[in-house]
Design a protein around this ligand. Structure first.
Ligand code: ATP
Length: 233
């Protein structure tokens, strides 16, 4: 039996009289990369922020690793972590220094901090670049520092908002490989994008969000063939 790590039921967000996300229900399984596909304004970011408890749902419920978003928000924040589109790294610090700073914010100090940061730099393929100021990094390398930072407290679920946006084709390949490796170690990933081929290359399952409504969701190949049948591509 596959373990469900993200489950939403009727998740809805209304701003004034505008429905940004409507009645969203889907599941993501452990060790899976789930892609949330939709054009700008479809409600992807709102969904991600709701799943992290950063935006309060108007209606509905979600569970992350079995924890209820509405009743156990602190547990949800412990098991789920965001890699935002805008990374907010310190350009004048090196990759290692950025991660040291994050470690200390997480209460990790001394030898444990050094060990953990080296492990994360290696995991995201940045060991050789660890002493370079992040301001000199490409977008793809900054993304990798952002992912390492998010992994600091070892969350089970990672939510990545448009991780491939602004990456050149080579950096996209590296990003895909990194996300795949993380999923293979048992992490569960939810990735948003407005580009289908980008998601198709890394996802096990996808959901298509359009004007706040989930039109279809399921294993990648099933969704792709249903799209072909309906000539929606
Ligand atoms: P993008 O890729 O452009 O970020 P998205 O799919 O992530 O798109 P959201 O950012 O979730 O979309 O926005 C969904 C809709 O909700 C948009 O029409 C947006 O204008 C609206 N919206 C988002 N946040 C708010 C808010 N705080 N107040 C009012 N409307 C909002």
């Amino acid at each position: 039996m596959k373990e469900v790590m993200i489950r939403t039921r009727g998740l809805t967000k209304v701003y004034g009289d505008f429905v940004a996300v409507e009645d969203l229900s889907f599941e993501v399984y452990k060790g899976e990369v789930f892609g949330l596909l939709g054009p700008n304004g479809a409600g992807k970011t709102t969904t991600i922020l709701m799943l992290l408890g950063l935006v309060r749902p108007t209606k509905g419920e979600a569970w992350i690793d079995g924890y209820s978003l509405t009743r156990e928000p602190m547990e949800v924040r412990r098991v789920a972590s965001l890699v935002p589109e805008s990374l907010g790294l310190y350009d004048y610090l090196t990759a290692r220094e950025n991660l040291y700073f994050t470690a200390e914010l997480n209460g990790i100090t001394g030898e444990e901090k050094r060990r953990r940061v080296e492990e994360l730099l290696s995991k995201v393929g940045l060991s050789e670049w660890s002493n370079v100021k992040v301001g000199k990094f490409s977008r793809g390398m900054k993304q990798r520092v952002g992912i390492a930072r998010t992994l600091m407290h070892d969350p089970e679920v990672l939510l990545l908002d448009e991780p491939a946006s602004g990456l050149d084709p080579r950096a996209r390949v590296h990003m895909r490989q990194l996300l795949r490796r993380l999923a293979d170690t048992g992490k569960t990933l939810l990735v948003s994008s407005h580009i289908l081929p980008e998601l198709a290359a890394i996802c096990d399952s996808i959901g298509i969000l359009h004007m706040g409504v989930l039109r279809t969701a399921g294993p990648l190949q099933e969704v792709l063939s249903s799209l072909r049948r309906h000539r929606l591509i």
